[in-house]
Ligand binder design. Structure first.
Ligand SMILES: [Fe+2]
Length: 286
């Protein structure tokens, strides 16, 4: 298995006043020394963006920020996105509240990147812990650049130029009454994206199919497509490509949705877990 070069354990960025503490050789790093309730200078935001691209998900501890501060921080990284199919708070539609309790079990426990069924899936999301169970409810991320790197040269060549189709209905169809499926599909038709996408900032390639939304590889025999997708999708389950975050009050995670997948462990039922997500809009994958 090939992995990217490991970085030094903790680095001080010369342009910014924070330190980076990697949690694995290629994915996940804690950022220390910043107060996200403050307005950070442009150099710090630039350095954070670089850290995000490099580590695919960055974590912050002890950030007891308000909803307005959460939104303001996210706005520094681009235009915000409102989830088109999830009821939003009328006053603050940028906030996607993800709440589970004894009456509503966690449903995000499958590997995926967000909204790949949209023409322009999100750049990334910033998730803030609002209420946590005493234990459990961790989130895991998988490095899909490392997953691509780990493929054989032969398979990489086979994937070159392939497109796959992504549909909202695959992952979330069961949450919507069947008679509404047609209407949702008309508004959000399935989208084709490259099976291997190129990161617009780093130029790195990553595997861009996921269990939640990818239905098939375009122009491929269905049986062959199914077998190939199964092999590609299970790479996200490889521990060597993963990082796992144990949330604490005040923890924030910011992931790059272009190069990673995530999985919310739903092991805490019947306890309550409430998170707020703010999402930065992305671009068409290429
Ligand atoms: Fe998600």
């Amino acid at each position: 298995m090939e992995t990217a070069q490991a970085q030094r354990p903790t680095t001080q960025d010369s342009a910014a006043s924070f330190t980076v503490e990697p949690q694995s050789p290629t994915i996940g790093a804690f950022i220390h020394g910043l107060d996200l309730s403050q307005t950070l200078d442009d150099a710090t935001i630039d350095a954070l963006r670089q850290a995000l691209v490099q580590w695919k998900v960055i974590f912050f501890r002890d950030q007891h920020i308000s909803t307005d501060e959460h939104i303001a921080f996210a706005q520094r990284f681009g235009e915000l996105e409102v989830h088109p199919l999830t009821p939003a708070d009328q006053d603050q539609p940028e906030i996607l509240r993800i709440a589970h309790n004894k009456d509503k079990r966690g449903t995000e426990n499958f590997w995926h990147s967000d909204v790949t069924w949209r023409p322009q899936p999100s750049l990334g999301s910033i998730l803030r812990a609002v209420k946590l169970p005493d234990v459990g409810g961790d989130t895991l991320w998988a490095d899909m650049e490392a997953a691509y790197q780990g493929l054989s040269d032969e398979l990489k060549e086979r994937l070159d130029g392939l497109q796959a189709q992504h549909s909202f209905l695959k992952g979330f169809g069961h949450l919507i009454p069947e008679e509404q499926h047609e209407g949702v599909l008309a508004k959000h038709p399935p989208q084709n994206h490259p099976v291997v996408r190129t990161h617009p900032e780093s130029g790195h390639k990553s595997l861009y199919v996921n269990i939640a939304f990818t239905t098939h590889i375009v122009d491929m025999d269905p049986k062959e497509s199914k077998a190939l997708l199964k092999d590609l999708m299970r790479t996200a389950s490889t521990p060597e490509y993963q990082v796992r975050l144990r949330w604490q009050p005040g923890t924030i995670a910011f992931w790059d949705n272009r190069s990673s997948q995530h999985y919310a462990a739903s092991d805490y039922w019947p306890h309550t877990r409430v998170m707020d997500r703010v999402t930065v809009a992305g671009e068409k994958p290429f």
